[in-house]
Write a protein that binds this ligand. Structure first.
Ligand SMILES: Cc1cc2nc3c(=O)[nH]c(=O)nc-3n(C[C@H](O)[C@H](O)[C@H](O)COP(=O)(O)OP(=O)(O)OC[C@H]3O[C@@H](n4cnc5c(N)ncnc54)[C@H](O)[C@@H]3O)c2cc1C
Length: 442
């Protein structure tokens, strides 16, 4: 059945991966997106390789890497420069090292925590006593409640909040513990203690980096996909079921398809399904979004007197000004920044943060007085879905509703994982479901 045609709405990493895998399965796919790639893109300035959005992904999740190898880009893969693997956290205006052996909020080594200046004795003692908890299964609750219950409020403010803010761009008071820390919730149910669970599951060091990326930038992945899939660079204004299929309106023209994948975010999908399934639109609309902004500043290395001996720093909420997190690009990645330059990638969840505010704060923290040789901004409003309390139940309802609509499929970062590998996995799942549905073609 080679004649099945699939329309993919949204051409971020999810939609492009969907089209690629459909092509591999011999199915004709067309992607619609006015700005394919979403936040993913690479620009080179003054010999520095900069990312417009994501700069890496977690090596432990294999799906993006599988796709990259399949696309023939295996040689371009690179790990973070783990010789410099260290993160500073701002505490009382000073950089304090995030203790070694910490897996997110769970300490797996005693001494680094005992010696750390990041928390007071109350938190250290709670971390030690946490191993005596007994297993329990609790209803969905916020990350703040979950982490405070195990380690106390200081661990929320100085660990969970800054670590998660950089990934989800949201508040731990609202994010759902089972959705964003599923392993830890599993440990709570199984062992009572997160520390015990983390220690038991600890694998011997694989020698691999914790983060993976592409030497030439993550944008290369998008470019490679764009070469292999058919993309119409317009937005879809309307979607409607037909007898046995679908039609969509783009740029004033109707296009007919047998199947549709909505890969344009929950917020992009809600208005499109409103006309034929207001219930689904309402559920999709319940997934809130936040945005983010990245200011990247480049300097002559000679003008920066800091050793830059880490991947960068996090700013916990009690200490926060204009910057939430900052990557020291040349320290985290080899080969991206020439030796005579220093590049700071400053992340904020305030989409409108000004250059003046970001630069002033960076200069204060790193004690820079020289002007940057370049400053670039990329902002991504409404780009980060929030996995708030109730998320997994909401996604369950969304999936049930979608399963009841023949020929409609959902994929993307809003549902079962926000990282690039999760997006690729969601594309693989959607494409499997479509190819399995081929026999039912109307
Ligand atoms: C600043 C930032 C940094 C990040 N850092 C990391 C990181 O380091 N590691 C990591 O793994 N992940 C990171 N992420 C998350 C990851 O990049 C995203 O989750 C992922 O790129 C989302 O891909 P997607 O295809 O699901 O959605 P998107 O890339 O958002 O794509 C959705 C697309 O749909 C299109 N669209 C919307 N409405 C319509 C319509 N009506 N018609 C046609 N098209 C439409 C949009 O133009 C958009 O291109 C980051 C995200 C951001 C914003």
């Amino acid at each position: 059945m080679g004649s099945m045609k699939v329309g993919v709405i949204g051409g971020g990493i999810t939609g492009l991966s969907c089209a690629y895998y459909l092509g591999q399965a011999g199915v004709e796919a067309t992607v619609f997106d006015p700005a394919p790639g979403g936040p993913i893109g690479t620009v080179t300035i003054e010999g520095c390789i900069l990312e417009t959005g994501p700069e890496s992904w977690l090596a432990a999740k294999p799906w993006a890497e599988q796709l990259i190898r399949e696309l023939g880009l295996g040689d371009d893969l690179t790990g973070s420069n783990d010789a410099r693997r260290r993160t500073y956290v701002l505490r009382d205006g000073r950089f304090v090292t995030l203790p070694e052996g910490l897996q997110m909020v769970a300490p797996t080594k005693i001494m680094p925590v005992v010696e750390s200046e990041l928390f007071g004795w109350g938190t250290k003692i709670r971390m030690g006593l946490e191993i005596f908890r007994s297993p329990k299964t609790l209803p969905d609750r916020s990350v703040s409640e979950f982490v405070a219950d195990h380690f106390g409020p200081e661990a929320v403010d100085y660990l969970a909040e800054p670590l998660l803010a950089g990934v989800y761009g949201g508040s731990p008071d609202e994010l759902s513990a089972p959705s964003v820390l599923p392993k830890f919730v599993e440990y709570e149910q199984k062992y009572g203690s997160i520390v015990v669970g983390t220690m038991r599951d600890k694998r011997p060091p694989s020698g691999r980096s914790i983060f993976m990326s592409l030497k030439s930038g993550v944008g290369t992945l998008i470019d490679a996909l764009l070469q292999r899939v058919q993309v119409v660079r317009t937005r879809v204004d309307s979607l409607a079921p037909t007898e046995g299929g679908w039609r969509l309106l783009a740029n004033g023209q109707w296009h007919e398809f047998d199947r549709i994948i909505l890969a344009c975010g929950a917020n992009g999908s809600a208005p499109l399904v409103q006309t034929f399934n207001p219930d689904l639109a309402a559920r999709l609309g319940e997934i809130p979004y936040t945005g983010s902004s990245i200011w990247t500043f480049g300097y002559n290395r000679a003008d920066v007197h800091h050793p830059l001996d880490a991947f960068g720093f996090l700013v916990p909420k009690p200490e926060r000004g204009a910057i939430m997190a900052c990557t020291w690009l040349g320290s985290k990645w080899l080969g991206r920044v020439p030796d005579d330059k220093a590049v700071f990638r400053c992340f904020s969840t305030d989409v409108d943060v000004t250059r003046e505010a970001a630069q002033a704060e960076l200069h204060k923290l790193i004690r820079i007085s020289a002007e940057p040789i370049f400053a670039v901004n990329h902002k991504w409003p409404m780009s980060m879905p929030q996995y708030t309390v109730g998320h997994s139940a909401r996604v369950g309802e969304i999936e049930d509703l979608v399963n009841g609509i023949p020929g409609l499929f959902l994929a993307g970062n809003a549902y079962n994982g926000i990282g690039i590998p999760d997006c690729v996995k969601s594309a693989q799942t959607a494409v499997k479901a479509i190819t399995a549905s081929q026999g039912n073609q109307g």
